[in-house]
Design a protein around this ligand. Structure first.
Ligand code: HEM
Length: 509
């Protein structure tokens, strides 16, 4: 290949790894490095110009994307740990805890054009940062362009309706019961769970599998299908567990002979084929107007159904359908699981709040029947605890009095029983699900699951921290437990509490 003045491959093939630029021999690696550095500097300067020199961080790489994700957190490299480290500062930057600034970015149309009025450019989603989430196909989360986003939202939006939330409620109750049976809680007066997150992660995976994908998985996962191959449930589990590797690494890395990679490879291949066959099956069902298609209320089938009603450019192709179904797993699984584990850990540390919530549960539902989705608006104290646990990763004292305190009551409204009361009639200070048109589409999915699970769990079990015994028979204090479990969260896809050891004592026979 010959470019004017640059004879790159010619030289590598004929003279070894040298490079000739304008007739001069230069070493290849330093030259490529210099080109890379120069390109980053140009990008950085362009970025600073686009924000009109707004003060803030000047970093050479897109946070969370490679190579930033693999480099240590430092003043020149922003990672998720960085944001956690600043949680008390409330300092306005591009990574901001200032709600007014955030609103300028997030309010407006899907591509956030409104922000351009103030900041001199369109602040859409970052293509670099989101590319890793497109492994399975373009989707709602990654769509950077407003028209593309609207196309996805038109198809995916209708799937998030009350029928889906009723299904989420019912499946959460089913999963709770399976958990009690299979984890051996039944018939016991007390149970110790070494890591709460393991339970909530499994719960969230099963609920999303059933309600998002329409796959009726069980708590007891058979790793091998009857034909001896990897089961669908096992493939999904492997993909979920390995998603950081799977997402951040280029595809070819999966083919390296490294431990565990053959399983990831097998799961990827297996699940891609499985999803394609599922699309074909569901499309055929929807087209034939079969009873089965009418009965299915899962998000996947609803997306296929909505897509069937579109034509031409407005239709999603198969890869985009898979992308949208799969993104629910990444957007809705860990997030819900970690927030739930944190809520349970915080309730264990605040017995008074736990008792107050229990009182509401028993007043609304009693002990004789299962809670139903109709109870959801009246279980606002349960929901507020979940919101407050999410807020504890957002500490700006300008908006929250006593910001480090766990106070679910700060979200209470004066109108008991109204649907809006726990849905933040005053949304202005709550950013847990983001705001504006790109806010979380799965918010009610997550809150429905959380309220159903917490209602069942807290009605049956009293929750407290499982304190660790020391060498000389000393037992750690609750404060030490809190610091150990919650003081320095892990970063997986999102922030999460460390393994939270919990003790559950049965409240009634
Ligand atoms: C506690 C649980 C959850 C939290 C804290 C959460 C948080 C968020 C946040 C902050 C965003 C905005 C992201 C951005 O601007 O880049 C978002 C978007 C999104 N979330 Fe969630 N989420 C949760 C649960 C779910 C669930 C259960 C689902 C699906 C079943 C889901 C699906 C999505 C999707 C598809 C988007 C993109 C929306 C769009 O761009 O139009 N999330 N979520």
């Amino acid at each position: 290949m010959t470019l004017p003045g640059l004879h790159l491959l010619d030289d590598i093939y004929t003279n070894g790894p040298g490079l000739s630029i304008f007739g001069r021999d230069v070493p290849i690696l330093p030259t490529l490095l210099a080109i890379f550095v120069a390109s980053r500097v140009v990008k950085l300067l362009k970025g600073i110009r686009e924000v009109n020199g707004l003060t803030g961080f000047r970093v050479p790489f897109q946070p969370y994307a490679p190579p930033s994700a693999f480099l240590p957190s430092a003043w020149w490299n922003i990672t998720i740990d960085h944001i956690w480290g600043w949680r008390h500062t409330g300092r306005p930057t591009i990574f901001t805890s200032n709600i007014e600034v955030a609103k300028q970015f997030l309010a407006g149309s899907g591509d956030q054009k409104a922000s351009s009025v103030t900041l001199g450019r369109s602040f859409g989603k970052s293509e670099d940062g989101n590319r890793v989430l497109e492994k399975w196909g373009n989707n709602l989360v990654t769509a950077a362009d407003g028209d593309v986003w609207r196309k996805h939202r038109r198809i995916v939006g209708p799937a998030f309706n009350n029928k889906l939330y009723e299904m989420v409620w019912a499946e959460t109750l089913n999963t709770y019961r399976q958990m009690e049976t299979i984890e051996g809680w039944e018939g016991k007066d007390a149970v110790t769970v070494p890591a709460m997150d393991n339970i909530t992660t499994k719960l969230a995976l099963l609920v999303i599998s059933r309600c998002g994908f329409g796959l009726p998985f069980d708590w007891a996962a058979p790793p091998v299908a009857p034909d001896g191959k990897m089961s669908v449930q096992e493939a999904l589990r492997v993909l979920t567990k390995s998603h950081i590797v799977a997402l951040l690494m280029p595809d070819w890395v999966r083919y390296l002979p490294l431990p565990g990679f053959s399983k990831i490879r097998e799961a990827f291949k297996f699940f891609s084929g499985f999803m394609e066959s599922q699309i074909a099956e569901r499309t055929a069902e929807v087209r034939s107007g079969s009873e089965r298609a009418e009965e299915r209320m899962d998000a996947f089938t609803m997306i296929v159904r909505a897509n069937e009603q579109e034509e031409g450019k407005l239709r999603l192709n198969d890869r985009e359908v898979i992308g949208n179904v799969f993104i629910m797993l990444f957007a809705g699984h860990e997030t819900t699981a970690h927030a739930l584990a944190a809520t349970i850990a915080l309730l264990a540390l605040h017995q008074d709040i736990q008792n107050d919530i229990l009182k509401q549960i028993t007043d609304v539902v009693g002990y004789e029947r299962d809670p139903t989705f109709d109870d959801y608006p009246n279980l606002d104290k349960v929901l507020n605890a979940f919101y407050e646990a999410l807020r504890l990763f957002q500490y700006n004292p300008r908006y929250f009095e006593d910001p480090t305190a766990f106070k679910p009551s700060r979200w209470a409204s004066s109108e008991p029983g109204s649907e809006s009361r726990s849905e933040f009639s005053d949304l202005s200070a709550f950013f847990g699900f983001s705001i504006g048109p790109r806010a979380c589409i799965g918010r009610k999915f997550a809150t429905t699951e959380a309220v159903a699970f917490l209602t069942m769990l807290l009605r049956d079990w009293h929750v407290e921290p499982a304190l660790r015994g020391g060498k000389n028979g000393e037992v750690e204090t609750e404060e030490e437990w809190r610091e150990r479990v919650m003081g320095n969260p892990d970063v997986v896809l999102t922030l999460c509490v460390k393994d939270a050891p919990m003790r559950f004592t049965r409240r009634r026979p």
